[in-house]
Design a protein around this ligand. Sequence first.
Ligand SMILES: Cc1ncc(COP(=O)(O)O)c(C=O)c1O
Length: 402
Amino acid sequence: MIFDELIDRRNTGAAKWEVAPGPVNLEQCVIPLSVADMEFRSPECIRDVLTDLAQEGIWGYTIPRPEYYEALNRWLLARHDFTIEKEWVIPTTGVVQAVYAAVRAFTEKGDNILIQSPVYYPFYRAIELNERTLLTNELTIKNGRYEIDFEDLEQKLSVSKMFILCSPHNPVSRVWDLDDLEKIAEIAAKHDVFVFSDEIHCDFTFGNKHTVFSLVARKHNARHLVAFSASKTFSLAGLGVASIIAEDPKIREIYQQRVNTDGVHTHSTFGFAAAEAAYTRCDDWYFNMLDYVYNNFKTLKSFVAEQMPQVKLFELEGTYLAWMDFRQLGADHHSLEQLMIENCLYLDEGYIFGEGGQGFERINLACPNKVIIKALGRLKAVYDTLQLRQHKVENPDLRAES
Ligand SMILES: Cc1ncc(COP(=O)(O)O)c(C=O)c1O
Protein backbone atom coordinates (compact mmCIF):
# COMPACT_ATOMS: atom_id res chain seq x y z
CA MET A 1 0.00 0.00 0.00
CA ILE A 2 1.56 3.32 -1.11
CA PHE A 3 0.39 5.16 1.99
CA ASP A 4 2.37 2.79 4.23
CA GLU A 5 5.68 4.15 2.97
CA LEU A 6 7.71 6.01 5.58
CA ILE A 7 9.29 9.00 3.83
CA ASP A 8 12.25 10.81 5.30
CA ARG A 9 11.34 14.49 5.25
CA ARG A 10 14.05 15.67 7.63
CA ASN A 11 16.29 18.45 6.34
CA THR A 12 13.91 19.20 3.50
CA GLY A 13 12.54 22.34 5.12
CA ALA A 14 9.31 20.48 5.98
CA ALA A 15 7.98 22.65 8.80
CA LYS A 16 6.68 19.69 10.75
CA TRP A 17 9.99 17.82 10.64
CA GLU A 18 12.33 20.70 11.34
CA VAL A 19 11.46 20.16 15.01
CA ALA A 20 12.09 16.44 14.84
CA PRO A 21 15.78 15.61 15.05
CA GLY A 22 17.13 12.10 14.90
CA PRO A 23 17.03 9.32 12.32
CA VAL A 24 13.80 8.19 10.69
CA ASN A 25 13.66 5.38 13.11
CA LEU A 26 10.53 5.49 15.08
CA GLU A 27 12.30 4.12 18.14
CA GLN A 28 14.52 7.15 18.42
CA CYS A 29 13.15 10.25 16.80
CA VAL A 30 10.42 12.65 17.68
CA ILE A 31 7.13 11.81 15.98
CA PRO A 32 5.58 15.02 14.66
CA LEU A 33 1.86 14.67 14.03
CA SER A 34 1.29 18.38 14.19
CA VAL A 35 1.26 20.74 11.16
CA ALA A 36 -1.64 19.96 8.81
CA ASP A 37 0.17 18.53 5.84
CA MET A 38 0.51 14.92 4.77
CA GLU A 39 3.25 12.38 5.14
CA PHE A 40 1.97 10.86 1.88
CA ARG A 41 3.55 11.43 -1.48
CA SER A 42 1.33 13.32 -3.87
CA PRO A 43 -0.28 11.06 -6.52
CA GLU A 44 1.91 9.81 -9.34
CA CYS A 45 -0.04 11.68 -12.04
CA ILE A 46 0.76 14.96 -10.28
CA ARG A 47 4.41 14.03 -9.88
CA ASP A 48 4.57 13.23 -13.63
CA VAL A 49 3.13 16.61 -14.54
CA LEU A 50 5.57 18.40 -12.24
CA THR A 51 8.52 16.37 -13.50
CA ASP A 52 7.70 17.38 -17.08
CA LEU A 53 7.33 20.97 -16.01
CA ALA A 54 10.63 20.86 -14.16
CA GLN A 55 12.30 19.57 -17.34
CA GLU A 56 10.78 22.37 -19.37
CA GLY A 57 13.02 24.80 -17.55
CA ILE A 58 11.01 27.95 -18.10
CA TRP A 59 8.80 28.90 -15.19
CA GLY A 60 7.73 32.38 -16.02
CA TYR A 61 4.80 34.43 -14.81
CA THR A 62 1.79 32.21 -14.71
CA ILE A 63 -1.96 32.53 -14.82
CA PRO A 64 -4.24 29.53 -14.57
CA ARG A 65 -5.09 28.01 -17.96
CA PRO A 66 -8.77 27.67 -19.00
CA GLU A 67 -8.33 23.97 -18.23
CA TYR A 68 -7.66 24.83 -14.58
CA TYR A 69 -11.11 26.37 -14.19
CA GLU A 70 -12.70 23.40 -15.93
CA ALA A 71 -10.83 21.05 -13.63
CA LEU A 72 -11.87 22.96 -10.52
CA ASN A 73 -15.46 22.98 -11.71
CA ARG A 74 -15.33 19.24 -12.40
CA TRP A 75 -14.07 18.54 -8.90
CA LEU A 76 -16.49 20.84 -7.09
CA LEU A 77 -19.42 19.48 -9.03
CA ALA A 78 -18.49 15.85 -8.50
CA ARG A 79 -17.61 16.19 -4.83
CA HIS A 80 -19.81 19.01 -3.60
CA ASP A 81 -22.65 19.53 -6.10
CA PHE A 82 -21.37 23.02 -6.70
CA THR A 83 -20.82 24.57 -10.12
CA ILE A 84 -18.71 27.63 -10.79
CA GLU A 85 -18.15 30.05 -13.62
CA LYS A 86 -14.59 30.86 -14.63
CA GLU A 87 -15.16 34.55 -13.86
CA TRP A 88 -16.00 33.82 -10.23
CA VAL A 89 -12.55 32.46 -9.43
CA ILE A 90 -9.88 34.65 -7.90
CA PRO A 91 -6.69 32.61 -7.68
CA THR A 92 -4.36 33.28 -4.77
CA THR A 93 -1.26 31.60 -3.47
CA GLY A 94 -2.95 30.47 -0.28
CA VAL A 95 -6.08 30.48 1.79
CA VAL A 96 -4.43 32.28 4.71
CA GLN A 97 -3.39 35.15 2.44
CA ALA A 98 -6.91 35.19 1.09
CA VAL A 99 -8.34 35.54 4.61
CA TYR A 100 -6.00 38.44 5.32
CA ALA A 101 -6.99 40.14 2.08
CA ALA A 102 -10.70 39.66 2.84
CA VAL A 103 -10.27 41.22 6.28
CA ARG A 104 -8.72 44.29 4.66
CA ALA A 105 -11.20 44.38 1.79
CA PHE A 106 -14.43 44.18 3.74
CA THR A 107 -13.68 45.73 7.15
CA GLU A 108 -12.02 48.84 8.56
CA LYS A 109 -9.56 49.17 11.42
CA GLY A 110 -11.35 48.66 14.74
CA ASP A 111 -14.30 46.72 13.25
CA ASN A 112 -15.43 43.58 15.04
CA ILE A 113 -14.73 40.26 13.34
CA LEU A 114 -16.20 37.04 14.70
CA ILE A 115 -14.62 33.58 14.71
CA GLN A 116 -15.64 30.33 16.39
CA SER A 117 -13.15 29.17 18.95
CA PRO A 118 -11.25 26.87 19.22
CA VAL A 119 -10.19 27.46 15.65
CA TYR A 120 -7.26 27.47 13.22
CA TYR A 121 -4.92 30.02 14.85
CA PRO A 122 -4.06 32.20 11.80
CA PHE A 123 -7.65 33.49 11.94
CA TYR A 124 -6.73 35.29 15.19
CA ARG A 125 -3.67 36.79 13.55
CA ALA A 126 -5.59 37.92 10.46
CA ILE A 127 -7.83 39.96 12.75
CA GLU A 128 -5.32 41.22 15.29
CA LEU A 129 -2.43 42.03 12.96
CA ASN A 130 -4.84 44.05 10.82
CA GLU A 131 -5.94 45.96 13.93
CA ARG A 132 -9.51 44.73 13.86
CA THR A 133 -11.32 43.64 17.02
CA LEU A 134 -11.59 39.94 17.74
CA LEU A 135 -14.90 38.48 18.90
CA THR A 136 -15.32 34.78 19.57
CA ASN A 137 -18.33 32.52 19.50
CA GLU A 138 -17.20 29.60 21.67
CA LEU A 139 -18.24 26.23 20.28
CA THR A 140 -19.99 24.12 22.91
CA ILE A 141 -19.88 20.37 23.45
CA LYS A 142 -23.30 18.72 23.56
CA ASN A 143 -23.67 14.96 23.75
CA GLY A 144 -20.05 14.51 22.76
CA ARG A 145 -20.25 16.72 19.68
CA TYR A 146 -19.37 20.37 19.09
CA GLU A 147 -22.36 22.60 18.43
CA ILE A 148 -22.89 26.27 17.68
CA ASP A 149 -24.45 28.50 20.33
CA PHE A 150 -26.69 30.41 17.92
CA GLU A 151 -27.96 32.85 20.49
CA ASP A 152 -24.43 34.00 21.21
CA LEU A 153 -23.59 33.90 17.49
CA GLU A 154 -26.45 36.21 16.61
CA GLN A 155 -25.71 38.58 19.46
CA LYS A 156 -22.09 38.89 18.32
CA LEU A 157 -22.86 39.02 14.61
CA SER A 158 -25.26 41.87 15.27
CA VAL A 159 -22.22 43.99 16.18
CA SER A 160 -19.72 42.49 13.68
CA LYS A 161 -18.68 43.39 10.16
CA MET A 162 -17.28 40.01 9.25
CA PHE A 163 -17.48 36.34 10.20
CA ILE A 164 -14.73 33.85 9.34
CA LEU A 165 -16.30 30.43 9.07
CA CYS A 166 -14.19 27.29 9.13
CA SER A 167 -16.11 24.60 7.26
CA PRO A 168 -15.34 21.79 7.98
CA HIS A 169 -14.02 23.06 11.27
CA ASN A 170 -10.36 22.71 12.18
CA PRO A 171 -9.56 21.56 14.89
CA VAL A 172 -12.83 20.10 16.20
CA SER A 173 -13.48 18.15 12.99
CA ARG A 174 -17.13 19.15 12.59
CA VAL A 175 -18.83 19.09 9.21
CA TRP A 176 -21.51 21.72 9.67
CA ASP A 177 -25.05 20.52 8.97
CA LEU A 178 -27.08 22.16 6.25
CA ASP A 179 -29.30 23.53 8.98
CA ASP A 180 -26.33 25.16 10.77
CA LEU A 181 -25.19 26.80 7.56
CA GLU A 182 -28.70 27.99 6.72
CA LYS A 183 -28.93 29.66 10.11
CA ILE A 184 -25.51 31.27 9.73
CA ALA A 185 -26.41 32.63 6.29
CA GLU A 186 -29.73 33.93 7.54
CA ILE A 187 -28.26 35.69 10.58
CA ALA A 188 -25.33 37.08 8.61
CA ALA A 189 -27.67 38.48 5.96
CA LYS A 190 -29.97 39.94 8.61
CA HIS A 191 -27.09 41.88 10.17
CA ASP A 192 -25.28 42.51 6.89
CA VAL A 193 -22.17 40.66 8.02
CA PHE A 194 -19.65 39.55 5.41
CA VAL A 195 -18.86 35.81 5.60
CA PHE A 196 -15.52 34.35 4.58
CA SER A 197 -16.01 30.59 4.38
CA ASP A 198 -12.73 28.70 4.55
CA GLU A 199 -13.47 25.30 3.02
CA ILE A 200 -9.94 24.04 2.58
CA HIS A 201 -10.78 20.79 4.42
CA CYS A 202 -14.00 20.10 2.49
CA ASP A 203 -12.68 17.08 0.61
CA PHE A 204 -12.17 15.22 3.89
CA THR A 205 -15.57 14.05 5.00
CA PHE A 206 -16.29 10.64 6.41
CA GLY A 207 -20.01 10.07 6.06
CA ASN A 208 -21.28 13.62 6.60
CA LYS A 209 -22.12 15.77 3.61
CA HIS A 210 -20.24 19.03 3.21
CA THR A 211 -22.32 21.93 1.90
CA VAL A 212 -20.56 24.77 0.09
CA PHE A 213 -21.57 27.96 1.86
CA SER A 214 -22.54 29.69 -1.41
CA LEU A 215 -25.40 27.24 -1.84
CA VAL A 216 -27.10 28.56 1.29
CA ALA A 217 -25.81 32.14 1.09
CA ARG A 218 -27.52 32.60 -2.28
CA LYS A 219 -30.90 31.90 -0.78
CA HIS A 220 -30.46 34.52 1.91
CA ASN A 221 -28.48 37.03 -0.10
CA ALA A 222 -25.59 36.80 2.35
CA ARG A 223 -22.43 38.57 1.18
CA HIS A 224 -19.63 36.05 1.13
CA LEU A 225 -16.51 34.47 -0.34
CA VAL A 226 -15.60 30.78 -0.32
CA ALA A 227 -12.02 29.46 -0.31
CA PHE A 228 -10.91 26.14 -1.81
CA SER A 229 -7.53 24.60 -2.34
CA ALA A 230 -6.13 21.30 -3.58
CA SER A 231 -3.28 21.71 -1.12
CA LYS A 232 -4.60 19.68 1.83
CA THR A 233 -6.23 17.01 -0.32
CA PHE A 234 -3.27 16.22 -2.56
CA SER A 235 -0.19 17.02 -0.49
CA LEU A 236 0.50 20.33 -2.29
CA ALA A 237 0.70 22.78 0.61
CA GLY A 238 4.17 24.00 -0.36
CA LEU A 239 3.12 24.83 -3.92
CA GLY A 240 1.06 27.90 -3.06
CA VAL A 241 -2.28 27.44 -4.79
CA ALA A 242 -5.82 28.36 -3.80
CA SER A 243 -9.03 29.49 -5.46
CA ILE A 244 -11.36 32.03 -3.93
CA ILE A 245 -14.88 32.03 -5.30
CA ALA A 246 -16.76 35.30 -5.56
CA GLU A 247 -20.10 34.92 -7.31
CA ASP A 248 -21.21 38.47 -6.79
CA PRO A 249 -19.59 40.85 -9.32
CA LYS A 250 -19.37 43.74 -6.84
CA ILE A 251 -17.73 41.61 -4.19
CA ARG A 252 -15.43 40.22 -6.84
CA GLU A 253 -14.32 43.63 -7.94
CA ILE A 254 -13.62 44.84 -4.40
CA TYR A 255 -11.81 41.65 -3.51
CA GLN A 256 -9.74 41.46 -6.70
CA GLN A 257 -8.69 45.04 -6.14
CA ARG A 258 -7.58 44.18 -2.59
CA VAL A 259 -5.68 41.11 -3.75
CA ASN A 260 -3.89 43.31 -6.29
CA THR A 261 -3.18 46.00 -3.71
CA ASP A 262 -1.79 43.40 -1.33
CA GLY A 263 0.44 42.16 -4.13
CA VAL A 264 -0.68 38.53 -3.79
CA HIS A 265 -1.82 38.22 -7.39
CA THR A 266 1.15 36.33 -8.80
CA HIS A 267 0.78 32.59 -9.16
CA SER A 268 2.79 29.45 -8.78
CA THR A 269 3.50 27.71 -12.08
CA PHE A 270 3.87 24.39 -10.29
CA GLY A 271 0.87 24.98 -8.05
CA PHE A 272 -1.68 25.44 -10.80
CA ALA A 273 -0.29 22.62 -12.94
CA ALA A 274 -0.46 20.29 -9.92
CA ALA A 275 -3.95 21.39 -8.93
CA GLU A 276 -5.25 20.93 -12.47
CA ALA A 277 -3.99 17.35 -12.52
CA ALA A 278 -5.30 16.78 -9.00
CA TYR A 279 -8.82 17.82 -9.88
CA THR A 280 -9.01 15.67 -13.01
CA ARG A 281 -6.75 12.64 -12.78
CA CYS A 282 -6.39 11.51 -9.21
CA ASP A 283 -9.80 10.24 -8.13
CA ASP A 284 -8.61 6.70 -7.30
CA TRP A 285 -5.72 7.97 -5.22
CA TYR A 286 -8.08 10.33 -3.43
CA PHE A 287 -10.62 7.67 -2.47
CA ASN A 288 -7.89 5.27 -1.35
CA MET A 289 -6.27 8.03 0.69
CA LEU A 290 -9.59 8.83 2.41
CA ASP A 291 -10.04 5.16 3.33
CA TYR A 292 -6.50 5.02 4.65
CA VAL A 293 -6.93 8.13 6.81
CA TYR A 294 -10.20 6.81 8.17
CA ASN A 295 -8.55 3.51 8.97
CA ASN A 296 -5.95 5.45 10.96
CA PHE A 297 -8.80 7.08 12.84
CA LYS A 298 -10.25 3.64 13.62
CA THR A 299 -6.84 2.55 14.95
CA LEU A 300 -6.82 5.61 17.19
CA LYS A 301 -10.41 5.18 18.25
CA SER A 302 -10.11 1.59 19.38
CA PHE A 303 -6.85 2.34 21.17
CA VAL A 304 -8.38 5.26 23.05
CA ALA A 305 -11.44 3.20 23.99
CA GLU A 306 -9.36 0.28 25.26
CA GLN A 307 -6.28 1.94 26.73
CA MET A 308 -7.13 5.57 27.50
CA PRO A 309 -10.75 5.65 28.67
CA GLN A 310 -10.34 9.01 30.36
CA VAL A 311 -9.53 10.64 27.03
CA LYS A 312 -12.50 11.78 24.98
CA LEU A 313 -11.90 11.42 21.24
CA PHE A 314 -14.27 13.30 18.93
CA GLU A 315 -15.64 11.62 15.81
CA LEU A 316 -13.68 12.35 12.65
CA GLU A 317 -16.34 14.11 10.58
CA GLY A 318 -14.21 16.41 8.46
CA THR A 319 -10.43 17.16 8.11
CA TYR A 320 -7.70 14.57 8.70
CA LEU A 321 -7.09 15.93 12.18
CA ALA A 322 -8.51 14.17 15.21
CA TRP A 323 -9.32 16.11 18.35
CA MET A 324 -8.88 14.67 21.83
CA ASP A 325 -9.93 15.96 25.22
CA PHE A 326 -7.45 15.21 28.04
CA ARG A 327 -9.13 17.41 30.65
CA GLN A 328 -10.48 14.56 32.75
CA LEU A 329 -6.87 13.74 33.63
CA GLY A 330 -6.56 17.02 35.44
CA ALA A 331 -3.31 18.30 33.91
CA ASP A 332 -2.90 21.95 33.00
CA HIS A 333 -2.01 22.51 29.36
CA HIS A 334 1.64 23.36 30.06
CA SER A 335 2.33 20.08 31.84
CA LEU A 336 0.41 18.21 29.16
CA GLU A 337 2.63 19.78 26.50
CA GLN A 338 5.74 19.11 28.55
CA LEU A 339 4.86 15.44 28.92
CA MET A 340 4.25 15.07 25.20
CA ILE A 341 7.68 16.52 24.49
CA GLU A 342 9.32 14.30 27.11
CA ASN A 343 7.77 11.34 25.31
CA CYS A 344 9.07 12.56 21.94
CA LEU A 345 5.63 13.26 20.57
CA TYR A 346 4.73 16.52 18.86
CA LEU A 347 0.99 16.97 18.43
CA ASP A 348 -0.66 20.35 18.05
CA GLU A 349 -1.46 21.52 21.55
CA GLY A 350 -5.11 22.48 21.86
CA TYR A 351 -4.43 25.82 23.51
CA ILE A 352 -2.93 27.25 20.30
CA PHE A 353 -6.43 27.21 18.84
CA GLY A 354 -7.80 29.42 21.62
CA GLU A 355 -8.75 29.17 25.27
CA GLY A 356 -11.43 26.57 24.60
CA GLY A 357 -8.69 24.27 23.33
CA GLN A 358 -6.81 24.10 26.63
CA GLY A 359 -6.35 20.50 27.71
CA PHE A 360 -6.97 19.18 24.19
CA GLU A 361 -4.61 17.68 21.62
CA ARG A 362 -4.89 17.61 17.81
CA ILE A 363 -3.37 14.65 16.03
CA ASN A 364 -2.65 14.54 12.29
CA LEU A 365 -3.82 11.23 10.79
CA ALA A 366 -2.39 11.70 7.27
CA CYS A 367 0.60 9.43 7.85
CA PRO A 368 1.54 5.75 7.65
CA ASN A 369 -0.45 3.55 10.01
CA LYS A 370 2.72 2.30 11.70
CA VAL A 371 3.49 5.89 12.72
CA ILE A 372 0.09 6.17 14.36
CA ILE A 373 0.66 2.89 16.17
CA LYS A 374 4.05 4.05 17.42
CA ALA A 375 2.65 7.40 18.45
CA LEU A 376 -0.10 5.67 20.40
CA GLY A 377 2.48 3.86 22.50
CA ARG A 378 3.92 7.25 23.44
CA LEU A 379 0.51 8.72 24.03
CA LYS A 380 -0.22 5.88 26.41
CA ALA A 381 2.95 6.68 28.35
CA VAL A 382 1.72 10.28 28.69
CA TYR A 383 -1.68 9.00 29.77
CA ASP A 384 -0.24 6.65 32.39
CA THR A 385 1.89 9.43 33.88
CA LEU A 386 -1.09 11.74 34.05
CA GLN A 387 -3.21 9.07 35.69
CA LEU A 388 -0.51 8.37 38.25
CA ARG A 389 -0.19 12.08 39.07
CA GLN A 390 -3.92 12.38 39.39
CA HIS A 391 -4.03 9.36 41.66
CA LYS A 392 -1.38 10.90 43.89
CA VAL A 393 -3.25 14.18 44.12
CA GLU A 394 -6.39 12.29 45.13
CA ASN A 395 -4.44 10.06 47.58
CA PRO A 396 -1.86 12.28 49.29
CA ASP A 397 -0.48 9.32 51.29
CA LEU A 398 0.93 7.88 48.07
CA ARG A 399 2.90 11.08 47.49
CA ALA A 400 4.68 10.65 50.80
CA GLU A 401 5.56 7.04 49.93
CA SER A 402 7.16 7.83 46.57
C1 LIG B 1 -8.68 25.99 8.12
C2 LIG B 1 -7.41 26.21 7.37
N1 LIG B 1 -7.31 27.22 6.50
C3 LIG B 1 -6.18 27.45 5.79
C4 LIG B 1 -5.07 26.64 5.96
C5 LIG B 1 -3.81 26.93 5.19
O1 LIG B 1 -4.11 27.36 3.92
P1 LIG B 1 -2.95 27.80 2.92
O2 LIG B 1 -1.83 26.87 3.10
O3 LIG B 1 -3.62 27.72 1.58
O4 LIG B 1 -2.61 29.21 3.27
C6 LIG B 1 -5.13 25.58 6.87
C7 LIG B 1 -3.93 24.74 7.11
O5 LIG B 1 -3.82 24.04 8.06
C8 LIG B 1 -6.33 25.36 7.58
O6 LIG B 1 -6.42 24.35 8.46
